[in-house]
Design a protein. Structure first.
Length: 493
């Protein structure tokens, strides 16, 4: 989006101005910027590094995130760039010992079309796809902008950088990772635990002597930790992950160091590792910010919660933070919704993050299998301020306000097609009851469908049911609460 550069705004000389400042160009920041761009909201993404993150680190795209990417217009690119997770192959003494299934099998259904397991895409590729879509919508990333200070007042936020003009924004979002400079500047603490005190090394390598049909697993032996080498789809690379047993270990991230590690723990020779394209080490943690908002600044993604990678939840929870926040910021900035709508971000996302942190830690410790729970399709916002359920005496298992809105095809209408875009959807199922004309909402009528039962459902822009009733009685009051009662919204592209 085009930004205004003015000599002075709200007392800040030579400031670049925008509606929303997003600090960090990872999956969280890019998703939020993309969502805001299609809603016609000016947003500036700033990134401390000189380029997008180069590694494969968060490579698992869960089914719920695939639904988000469907809505954002990047699903085809994500599908083309990725593939299913390969079956694990356990090795010992240079011999294949048998297959290891990393995930419990689940089946896609009409209501959950992307269920069945995560889709593997290297994180660098996911980010490049999101950035390309953002560019299509007129957005971009300002690289080399290291945040050095954040100030806020009743009208906005001022961010200052090591170089370049300050930025003045109505709202700001910290999407700058687990060591968030914004979070530290705000004085928000992280509370959590070290899941494993010993380090884990992760690297993108090129290696000969292993097929690309399996995820190669080398169990611990001789006091060493495990090593796993996974082919990354549509690349020549493998992701290597190895843990250590001694907390005092400082992993050697050089080519020679990784060659030695591979030769020590596998049947491969050092020279079989031909290249190291990216490498890092970390100690798995589970931690969460004490709050997700300070005034006009929100925390999202790793700035708000840090997961063990074992559960495949970090990137996915982060993308969905952005998906939850984007439509709310747009509603306040562009559609006349009260600023109090933004209070729902922390109310909805903090409990979800806490739940996913517990799940990730359980998977890391071998207490929980990777299965339906890790796909995030069952997450919702029942009981929160924006989940208004007016029906009573509902049978167990009935879709309720706050739940994810299922897909399905009825009367020639595919629901995900109807939901796709920045609008709300007023859905009637198995009823001819009258409904109001809500500016900014698309009305869709379908016959009875078991995934919904019957009734009237107002589906939010993030494809959760916001309001549900047997008739539309009381719907107008809810619409006013979320900014649907005024003139038609600008939907962008």
């Amino acid at each position: 989006m085009k930004l205004n550069s003015v000599k002075e705004m709200d007392g800040v000389p030579d400031a670049t101005t925008t509606d929303v400042l997003i600090v960090g160009a990872g999956p969280t920041g890019l998703t939020l910027a993309l969502d805001l761009a299609r809603r016609g909201v000016r947003a500036l993404v700033v990134e401390r590094s000189a380029a997008l993150f180069p590694g494969s680190r968060g490579k698992g795209i869960q089914p719920r995130t695939m639904e988000v990417f469907d809505d954002l217009g990047v699903l085809d690119a994500i599908r083309a760039a990725g593939g299913v997770y390969p079956v694990g192959m356990v090795w010992q003494d240079g011999r294949r010992q048998g297959e290891h299934r990393m995930f419990d099998e689940t089946e896609a259904t009409e209501a959950e079309p992307y269920a069945g397991g995560p889709w593997m895409v290297p994180q660098w590729r996911t980010q490049s796809i999101l950035a390309a879509r953002l560019a299509e919508l007129g957005g971009s990333v300002a690289f080399g902008r290291e945040l050095v200070g954040v100030e806020q007042d009743t009208d906005g936020v001022t961010a200052r950088f090591g170089s370049g003009a300050p930025v003045r924004a109505r709202w700001a979002v910290a999407a700058d990772g687990g060591r968030s400079a914004v979070r530290r500047a705000l004085g928000i603490t992280m509370t959590g635990e070290t899941v494993d005190p010993a380090p884990t090394l992760v690297a993108d390598i090129r290696v000969t002597g292993l097929d690309r049909d399996n995820w190669h697993v080398f169990p611990p032996a001789g006091g060493e930790g495990f090593l796993a080498i996974c082919p990354l789809p549509h690349t020549q690379d493998f992701q290597l992950m190895g843990n250590f047993t001694d907390p005092a270990t400082q992993p050697d991230l050089s080519l020679d160091g990784i060659r030695k590690l591979v030769a020590t723990r596998t049947h491969l020779a050092p020279d079989d590792v031909t290249e190291v394209r990216w490498a890092s080490d970390f100690r798995p943690r589970a931690a969460m910010a004490d709050r997700f908002r300070e005034g006009r600044v929100f925390l999202a993604g790793d700035a708000a919660h840090v997961h063990s990678p074992a559960g495949g939840q970090g990137l996915n929870t982060s993308v969905q933070d952005a998906y939850n926040l984007g439509w709310k910021l747009a509603a306040v900035l562009r559609e006349g919704a009260p600023a109090a709508l933004l209070d729902s971000y922390e109310e909805e996302r903090l409990p979800v993050a806490a739940r996913m942190l517990g799940l990730s830690t359980g998977v890391h410790r071998g207490e929980v299998r990777r299965g339906a729970a890790t796909q995030q399709l069952g997450l919702g916002y029942r009981g929160t301020a924006l989940a208004v359920e007016t029906r009573t005496d509902l049978p167990e298992g009935t879709l309720r306000a706050g739940d994810r809105a299922p897909d399905g095809i009825r009367a020639g209408v595919r629901l995900f097609d109807a939901f796709r875009g920045p609008h709300w959807t007023l859905l009637t199922v198995g009823t001819d009851t009258g409904v109001p004309d809500l500016p900014g909402a698309r009305t869709v009528r379908i016959p009875a469908y078991e995934a919904y039962g019957s009734g009237v459902f107002l589906v939010r822009p993030d494809a959760h049911v916001g309001w549900a009733g047997r008739t539309a009685h009381g719907l107008a009051e809810y619409a006013a609460l979320v900014g649907l009662g005024g003139p038609a919204r600008q939907t962008g592209r």
